[in-house]
Design a protein around this ligand. Structure first.
Ligand code: HH2
Length: 278
């Protein structure tokens, strides 16, 4: 995918996660210190991240609290400033607020990762269109504060695919070219373990919409439940899910351990052929 600053992300790609939050479910509090956050972003770049995804608000299932834009920016700005000129790989900003996304774009971000698929902030679609940034449109029901209340579907694959097709249409109508849209089924967002597995089993259905698909299974609770709860089991379980997602057609995997994800998707590419994604 060619980004507006001319950089190209080759698929399958690894998106490394950097949460500058006190309460993220797996790395909350670890990178609140800007120096540590910057060092971790650079370390992920060295370890195989093709994109760094920076977030200042947690969306964890049990009771994430909405953070005002000013507080989100207070967490993010020192990191954005510190990364300027040092991060070679594209930066993605994980936010639902246009004000936060705008500041990140001004500091060099080129992808907006919006877990509300441009649905939370009416200004977000306009900003994405005007800035020519790429956008990740993710499926969720409800909001980051309450999404697990809505984890009921007749057919989760049809519901997620239909929703994302509609959000892509909305984005295109707002002026965002199809070539800059990435779709994400939102693993763990308003979804039980069974829903997550059903989606991962049917990824080709979502891929058939024709957009690159991003999958974020890293360290989520269904991985812990299936693979085991020790750090190694969580890391291996997440990497296995990354490999299988890429083998099924995913273009990007979002991971807290980019080195493990990189090795896992290399195996998927070699075992399934190089042309498994567009
Ligand atoms: N998952 C999380 C956050 N942002 N964005 C996309 N596009 N896809 C995901 O699956 C996704 C996401 C949740 O993980 P994490 O960032 O580790 O936790 P928290 O939201 O608690 O900060």
């Amino acid at each position: 995918m060619r980004l507006h600053d001319g950089r190209v992300v080759h698929f399958p790609a690894v998106m490394g996660v950097l949460n500058v939050t006190p309460d993220s479910f797996s790395d909350g509090g670890q990178y609140l210190n800007p120096e540590r956050a910057i060092a971790h972003a650079l370390e992920m770049q060295e370890n195989g991240a093709d994109i760094v995804d920076l977030g200042g608000e947690s969306t964890r299932p049990s009771g994430a609290r909405e953070v005002p834009a000013e507080a989100e920016l207070r967490r993010l700005l020192p990191v954005l400033r510190g990364l300027a000129g040092r991060l070679r790989v594209p930066l993605s900003i994980d936010t639902r607020k246009a004000e936060v996304a705008r500041a990140a774009l001004e500091h060099g971000a080129s992808i907006i990762n919006d877990v509300t698929a441009l649905g939370y902030d009416p200004q977000m679609a306009r900003l994405a269109a005007a800035s020519k940034s790429a956008v990740v449109l993710m499926h969720m029901r409800g909001s980051p504060e309450n999404h697990m209340r809505f984890a009921r579907y007749r057919d989760v694959v049809i519901a997620v695919t239909g929703y994302l097709a509609a959000r892509a249409k909305y984005a295109i109508r707002a002026g965002i070219p199809a070539s800059r849209i990435i779709l994400d089924p939102g693993i763990g967002f308003a979804k039980t373990a069974q829903h997550n597995l059903a989606i991962l089993n049917s990824l080709p259905v979502l891929c058939a919409l024709g957009y690159p698909v991003l999958v974020g299974t890293s360290r989520k609770s269904f991985i812990r439940r299936i693979a085991g709860d020790s750090p190694r089991e969580i890391e291996f379980g997440s990497a296995a899910a990354d490999a299988l997602a890429v083998a099924a057609g995913a273009a990007i995997v979002r991971s807290h351990d980019p080195g493990a994800a990189r090795a896992a998707i290399r195996m998927a590419v070699e075992m399934r052929g190089r042309n498994i994604t567009k």
